[in-house]
Design a protein around this ligand. Structure first.
Ligand SMILES: [Zn+2]
Length: 433
């Protein structure tokens, strides 16, 4: 049983979670979960529910086996953390730990949708169900949609997924999807992730569907934070450095918040991990703002127009909706941890991808390559000492490995629309029953 309150990070008032949280202060800061159990107490299960006491879900979901009717906890995967040998040696690092999120059965890595979004979907859907929410909508660049679609089967829930057509190759599941569970609304060619967000907002406001909440959703942040918790469970203390590629920045915030909880426990160290976060060099708004030590993103930080964003190497990082200046956002996380930002070129990321395949023998997704390239930059620039504890978040991988064991079933759109300004009547008739 998890018991928690939420703290408004604008006014520090504690409030009760009722899904659509609105603090009376009227400011728009993030809420942070304050768990009643301040002690880090993971169980031995090989799934995300081992961190249940630090997830905003009262009881982990129960699944009934179709073959024998036996009840068990839902089969959501988790991060696997191991000490790197080959790659660490090449870099000259003595204490490099890899947090691998994806599918790699030889290492017991079991996230079937291949990225750390598989950590966000299970607690998000559980929390929505516990609060009586019937369906949620999410706008996605692909990875999040895939993770939520797969999890609807584990928990028998309904999601509306909104994505641009360019995300199609990332939208698949390993199990047959029932149309009652997933309604995929696709935006025609020429639209991007930002257009998907815009259409998603309209559907929520005008048709009255609950939003999944994005970075504001505590279940997503704390779900993501389990990656860092897994690292500390394996290493035994808070690492000195933490590397991850970011889009909106939520992953960095989640690692920072996990650090804060572990410091309060008292047994794992008294300093948060230093955040080393990275973006594509062609689209690096947070890099530009942080290098200037600005607490605001300005238009000049975006540098490329929206229609060029789908041509980026790690397209899923190209997010124009950033969790940067908000109370509890990336600016505060970087300030509190003496953080660093890195811009990574396409060549650097591609080389990193090859390098990790040669040394660790696993395929990874483009954002993970950006994070690895940032670690290579940090070593070259002597920002870390060779014996310091480093946790590198490989945010996704093993999709090629997955194809050996599973058939990937593409999500089929129930409707295609031209642009975010489309009339919503047809969407309402097709998707809401
Ligand atoms: Zn408040």
């Amino acid at each position: 049983m998890s018991s928690y309150k939420l703290k408004c990070l604008s006014c520090h008032t504690e409030i009760t979670d009722n899904y659509n949280i609105v603090c009376s202060c009227g400011k728009s800061g993030f809420y942070r979960t304050i768990y009643e159990n301040r002690q880090f107490n993971p169980s031995n299960e090989n799934n995300i529910w081992r961190f249940h006491e630090w997830l905003p879900v009262k009881s982990p979901p129960i699944q009934k086996s179709a073959s024998n009717g036996k009840e068990s906890k839902s089969e959501a995967g988790k991060t696997v953390v191991y000490k790197s040998k080959g790659f660490a040696k090449e870099l000259g690092l003595q204490n490099l730990f890899i947090a691998f999120n994806g599918y790699w059965p030889e290492k017991k890595a079991n996230i079937l949708t291949g990225t750390f979004k598989g950590l966000e979907a299970p607690p998000s859907i559980s929390r929505a169900k516990e609060n009586g929410v019937k369906r949620i909508l999410l706008a996605t660049a692909g990875n999040t949609g895939r993770a939520f679609a797969e999890e609807t089967i584990n928990q028998n829930f309904e999601v509306l997924i909104v994505a641009a057509k360019s995300a199609n190759s990332r939208l698949w599941t390993t199990k047959e999807i029932n149309e009652n569970n997933v309604k995929y609304i696709t935006l025609a060619n020429g639209n991007d992730y930002t257009n998907a967000i815009e259409l998603g907002k309209r559907i929520c406001n005008e048709i009255g569907v609950e939003t999944e909440g994005g970075a504001r959703n505590i279940a997503r942040r704390d779900g993501m934070g389990t990656c860092f918790l897994e690292g500390v469970a394996e290493i035994g203390k808070i690492p000195k450095h933490y590397f991850q590629a970011i889009g909106s920045g939520t992953g960095g915030i989640a690692a920072w918040e996990a650090s804060i909880r572990l410091i309060e426990d008292g047994r794992f160290g008294d300093q948060p991990a230093r955040l080393h976060l990275s973006q594509n060099s062609r689209f690096a708004p947070i890099v530009h703002a942080w290098k200037a030590r600005r607490n605001q993103i300005i238009n000049e930080d975006f540098r490329i127009p929206p229609h060029e964003m789908s041509s980026l190497f790690a397209e899923v990082l190209a997010n124009r909706t950033l969790s940067y200046s908000i109370d509890g956002g990336v600016y505060q996380a970087l300030s509190d941890t003496n953080g660093e930002m890195y811009a990574v070129s396409e060549d650097e990321a591609k080389n990193a991808m090859k390098f990790i395949y040669q040394t660790e023998e696993i395929d990874i997704v483009p954002p993970a390559a950006v994070a690895i390239a940032s670690l290579i930059q940090a070593v070259e620039q002597e920002k870390i000492n060779p014996n310091e504890l480093v946790l590198l978040n490989i945010t996704g991988g093993g999709i090629e490995r997955l194809k050996e064991d599973f058939e990937l079933i593409p999500l089929k759109p129930v409707i295609e629309v031209k642009n975010p300004q489309t009339d919503l009547v047809e969407i309402a008739e097709t998707c809401i029953h």
